[in-house]
Ligand binder design. Sequence first.
Ligand code: 6R9
Length: 669
Amino acid sequence: MSTTDETDTSPAPVTGRLEAELERLLAVESFDPPAGFTRRHPVENDVAAAAADPVTFWADKARELLNWDRPFTTVLNDANPPFYKWFEDGELNLSANCLDRHVAAGRGDRVAFHWAGEEGERRVITYAGLLDETQRLANGLRSLGVGKGDVVGIFLPMIPQVAAAMLACARIGAVHNVVFGGFAPSAVRERMEVSDAKVLITVDGARRKGRTAPVKAAVDAEMGDLKSLERILVVEAVGAAGLGGERAPMTPGRDVWYEELVAAADPVCPPEPMPAEAPLFILYSSGSTAKPKGILHTTAGYLLGVTYTYRTVFDIDPATDIYWCSADVGWITGHSYIIYGPLSNGATSVMYEGAPDYPDFDAWWKLIDEYKVTVFYTAPTAIRSCMKWGAEYPDRHDLSSLRLLGSVGEPINPKAWLWYQQVIGGGRCPVVDTWWQTETGAIMISPVPGVTSTKPGSATKPLPGFSPALLTEQGQPLSEGVGVLVVTQPWPSMLRTLYKDDDRFVETYFSRFGPTTYLVGDAARLDADGYFWIIGRIDDVINVSGHRLSTAEVESAIVAHEAVAESAVVAQADEQTGQAIVAFVTLTGGRVGDDAMVAELRDHVAARIGKLARPKRIIWADDLPKTRSGKIMRRLLRDVAEGRALGDVTTLRDPAVMAALASKVAEAD
Ligand code: 6R9
């Protein structure tokens, strides 16, 4: 089968061979750890210790991996579940663990971030350099009136200052509230308002694919009358030239240039010893429900969770590895695995301000080649986009430096997993499908590379120290089958509450199965080998004629068809079957969505899952509505499928996608 539609130079035979190879591999159930991969951090002792006594295991890790100003004497306080406390009487400073300790050990010259801009700009930020900027900014924030416990909003693109901003807050005990740089200023305002942020750190303008958005002017329009917000600190990232001739507007008495503040500040700011349970940050979760949840993490437990899992899952050697996580710092993945996990371990990372498809579809692969990246961590949705663009783009570059690949954010369908493993990893890199959440703070279910055999589509097994489990709807433990995912023991990096909303915290996570069982909100399947297969959010389960089907499962079957680039499946109310399956499908370049293709796809799904799972309706889509973190907004697709007025589209990456889809469906109806 040829998948090419272009003329002359298109690599039809290669594409055909790749397709055939992926088809063949889809039948392989399990992959042993690649022979060429040798672990640096042995994990056997951890597995045994955590199984014997998880609390003692975490206490030992806390002493081994973190520097304490005041050692803790109690480990877990579980007297008032679900309000758990870890290492309560200990004190440490998170920025000191991420910066000072590496500099003190003589590693100040090590690169913390290789920063790359989309127009080819390059900067190198060493640990010593980042420590200097962090101390100055910390003093600068103090001079603006920021103290312990005050909330500082951060609305910045992927520029090095974002790391300094987060670390400076941690250094003086302020609480950061990062808002993803792609959000609309109205969303920033809402988050600043509900968190009572005192200071906002933002930027004059942000670039994306060759264009510049005037961020500061837009922020001003929204934030003008917000009483709690006393000061706005502005990084001059694009300057007058980038903004069409004039510098960003500044309000005297309220607004301060970041560069001026940092240059004038005292360069020495000793790290404030913080109680282990001091709030570290609030992060509004990318939930699919209406009101955002302000997830609160505290200092020591969070740092321990990310430090340990980063080292274990990515098997990092800080002296030799070059690590790159393509997420945005505005998401939990960015907090835990761009900033805190890598820096705490003294690793070297790439930070990229740009898109994968600008200036061309090979932008990422070019960077991997340039920096000789060894560990790459991205999301399934991005992998599927790259599949759609074609293997010829990665094939233009030398990706042989890669030794490990990671995936996060949503279930990865086996075909995308295999493409990632084969095309990007050359078949030699372990693929770690990491399951976790904003709430868990750190990765919880993931293969241990070099140890765990992987099954494409499964996040495999719990990491040491974590206790995810499956329950039936009625709360009975399940050792095999489909159930509701929970966590049965507290863990150090768990969320502590929802900001200023303890009731909603208890209600959301600890009411269904009681105060000691954390409800994840995902359904999962456990197979006979004890492997977890995340099915998706509980609300993404479809009930057709009394049979439960997961949208993710049907999607996975659809995208396994060689003509399909991406698919999202939702339920539509149906008189006969209760719910019926509606599939939104994007085809690979040039394929036509006609009746023959509808029949082919329905047969294809029937062959993979069963007739029951055949979509009743297939809607051809040029693009799917996604949140800015890349999650498909099924709620909106349900609205389209059922002909309702469109709900809130402001959190979408590209709101125009919805309008296009809705008019298409209206035409067809
Ligand atoms: C890290 C992050 C959390 C939700 C989670 C689940 C989904 C994340 C996944 C995955 C299957 C994986 N999810 N990783 N599903 N396999 N490897 O994404 O946090 O934005 O809070 O989303 O994402 O549904 O419940 P967050």
